[in-house]
Design a protein around this ligand. Sequence first.
Ligand SMILES: *Cc1c(COP(=O)(O)O)cnc(C)c1O
Length: 437
Amino acid sequence: MNHDLAALDLKHLWHPFTAHAEWSAHDPLIIVAAEGNTLIDSHGRRYLDGVSSLWTNVHGHRHPDLDRALIDQLARVAHSTLLGLTHPPAIELAVQLVRRAPAGLTRVFYSDNGSTAVEVAVKIAFQAQQHRGEGRRVKFAGLSDAYHGDTLGAVSVGAIPEFHAIFRPLLFDAIALPAPTTPGGEEEERCLVAALRLLERHAAELAAFVYEPLVQGAAGMKMHSPHFVATIARAARELGVLLIADEVAVGFGRTGTMFASEQVGVAPDLLCIAKGLAAGYLPLAATLATERLFDDFVAEPHAGRQLFHGHTFSGNPLACAVALESLALFDRNDVLARVSRLGAAFDEALADLRTAPTVHAIRRKGVMIGIDLRRPDGEPFDPAMRYGHRVSMASRDHGAIIRPLGDTLILNPPLSLRDDEARRLVDIVGEALSAVG
Ligand SMILES: *Cc1c(COP(=O)(O)O)cnc(C)c1O
């Protein structure tokens, strides 16, 4: 069976973000089952889910309470639309999200992935500024190296050249404010001064400032202090620029609080959430907005002020039911306290890794960890070496699935990871580094 499936994959699948010349050179690893924080392949081999199935899984795989919530909803209705109708899971989840979100976010607009959550926020901000008679505010500001998704609006407000350069002619203008790699230091202070200067220069034409608070995940786990992003956000707000917090990656406990914005101390006008929203079970996203923004869109149909946006599977009932149970689990299992203990376990384990000859720097916030790899002389590896990729592939042989961003290894496990599993995950990275040499 395995051989046939592998051949059929190579014949018919087009994988995301994948160079197929490399993909087809190896037998693909086929995941057929999972249990807790472990993935199981078609040979029965087990792997720690070191990146929580692309930063989504929160409470572990096949969690009995989440499985039960999904099955219970399945017995009622799998899908019904939010266009012209409504349903209990979408309503109840909206109530729970508003209760937990930063102050003032009272409206929930559902979609189904992180890119659409950002796309919707961008359109709301733009349209609201137009409604308010701020016709010149047609641009957006973001942070350097930002990633906000792959649809064209999300790409426009992002700033990762490798991903986005070819689409440049299709994109609208955005201003990238310099952001540091590590929090607190001199580099951050320099970035902050330059960012504030750029912001002030462009403020009159800006609709919104889009930012990932505390950790720029896909930028390679770049991190900044709460002070850094709070200072820019407050200045932007002062200048009439709306705030869009993209918590698609950092939301749902990954930085130690339910939302990273809590640590920043600035409540945004729009909050984008996706990845962990339905605990990594199903695609679900939401854009939360303030009542003030919502009011900008309230009018009779013929006025044409409504938000002209919606997706077929917006607020799917199965996904909402799982998301609701996931939020209940955060309370029942005191998950945020667990994240703090898990962080301490990681720090202890990571301390040993720092002495490895190709480990240049390690950053951690909550369960989000970036490990920069460089040559022993401190110079970056030749990208053609695919060093980070090779270490990630080697860690599979030792029992963990991880996925790098260039030569930065990423660990971002489920919040349910046990201390001994955290230690094992870091040990596996060490073993893989030794194996690759
Ligand atoms: C993953 C991610 C997105 C895009 O989400 P998709 O579900 O992949 O479309 C947007 N913003 C951030 C910060 C992300 O990490």
